[in-house]
Design a protein around this ligand. Structure first.
Ligand SMILES: [Zn+2]
Ligand SMILES: [Zn+2]
Length: 332
């Protein structure tokens, strides 16, 4: 009965998302919805606190926004986020909603472990997983039950345990002022497709895999938009453009946090990106995972940001709307 109710709710959400994409708001409210926001990193390359947490190639973050808590991505190795949360004294058992930025294993590898870790304390823990359309498209053949897409093997196990996946083809507002973008348009070719990356689409075509399911969370705050990305395959500037189009046309982007996929960026690319970020009004950069360490500090310099407003993210570090970045000792 519980599963039926969840599925019904999921279907309703899907239909609503498909039938009524959010209209552009020509006159944004003077009082943006999000008042309190904290994003704490639970998986990234660096471990930031003395003997607390381990680093890995992956990403996950706890999002706390106006009394709601959700998990954004689940790290790479099955136990990283579970152990990092435990060592940091963070309890994830009251969280129902999970958002996956895309299907790649370095963002989805901890999902089953985390669900099992908390289901005894709360049967609904981490049971509703939001993904963008394309997250289940086949990328095979590969190492995950014959497919390169790990979510294809994860799905039946997760669903057999009472979990549900909710696919979004359009942007959706999860809470007031908290938006999941769904698939992000790519007017700019910011992230060329690596050789060998192919995807089979539902119409049977096999095409280069641009990771069409790459999606972000956007928060409409009193200081401007805050954008949280997992791996940035859609391109950072494409993502910010779409965030603004969907959530607050003409609005500024106050802060960017997460993985921006800029670790191979050229000097010319850095200067161009900095110019764009300046035009968006970006004041805070908390760069995790695939952003690149040098990239964060070069952007800080190019944007003339103070030291406390731009740093590399570490496990346990956080961005807080009121307090700014809490970088921990490694990136201080
Ligand atoms: Zn990825
Ligand atoms: Zn990644």
């Amino acid at each position: 009965m519980r599963l039926r109710a969840l599925l019904l709710f999921s279907l309703t959400t899907l239909v609503a998302a498909a039938a009524s994409p959010p209209a552009a708001d020509p006159s944004p409210p003077a009082n943006p919805p999000v008042k309190a926001l904290r994003i704490t990193v639970l998986s990234t390359m660096l471990a930031g606190d003395n003997e607390k947490g381990i680093g890995e190639w992956g990403f996950a973050a706890l999002v706390e926004v106006d009394g709601h808590r959700l998990l954004f991505d689940t790290g790479n190795r099955p136990y990283t986020v579970r152990e990092n949360a435990r060592e940091l004294g963070i309890d994830l058992s009251d969280i129902t909603e999970v958002v996956l930025s895309h299907h790649h294993s370095d963002h989805t590898g901890g999902l089953l472990t985390l669900r099992r870790a908390y289901i005894g304390k709360n049967p609904a823990a981490l049971s509703r997983v939001h993904v963008a359309r394309g997250a289940f498209w086949s990328r095979g053949p590969g190492e995950y039950a014959g497919d390169d897409n790990p979510l294809i093997a994860i799905r039946p196990v997760f669903e057999a345990g009472g979990g549900v996946f909710i696919e979004h083809a359009e942007p959706v507002q999860l809470y007031p002022g908290v938006w999941f973008t769904g698939p992000i348009p790519r007017p700019r070719n910011e992230q060329p497709v690596p050789p060998g990356w192919i995807v089979r689409t539902p119409d049977g075509a096999t095409v280069p895999d641009t990771v069409p399911d790459d999606a972000a969370l956007v928060f409409d705050t009193v200081k401007g938009l805050v954008v949280l990305t997992g791996c940035g395959h859609a391109g950072l500037i494409n993502t910010l453009e779409y965030a603004r189009t969907v959530v607050r046309p003409g609005g500024s982007v106050y802060a960017i946090t997460g993985g921006f996929h800029q670790m191979r960026i050229t000097e010319a690319g850095l200067e161009s990106t900095a110019k764009d970020l300046r035009a968006f009004g970006v004041r805070v950069i908390h760069g995790a995972h695939c952003t690149g360490l040098e990239t964060v500090y070069r952007l800080r310099s190019l944007l003339d940001l103070p030291r406390e407003s731009a740093s590399v993210a570490a496990v346990g570090s956080r961005f807080d709307l009121d307090q700014g970045i809490h970088p921990l000792v490694i990136a201080r």
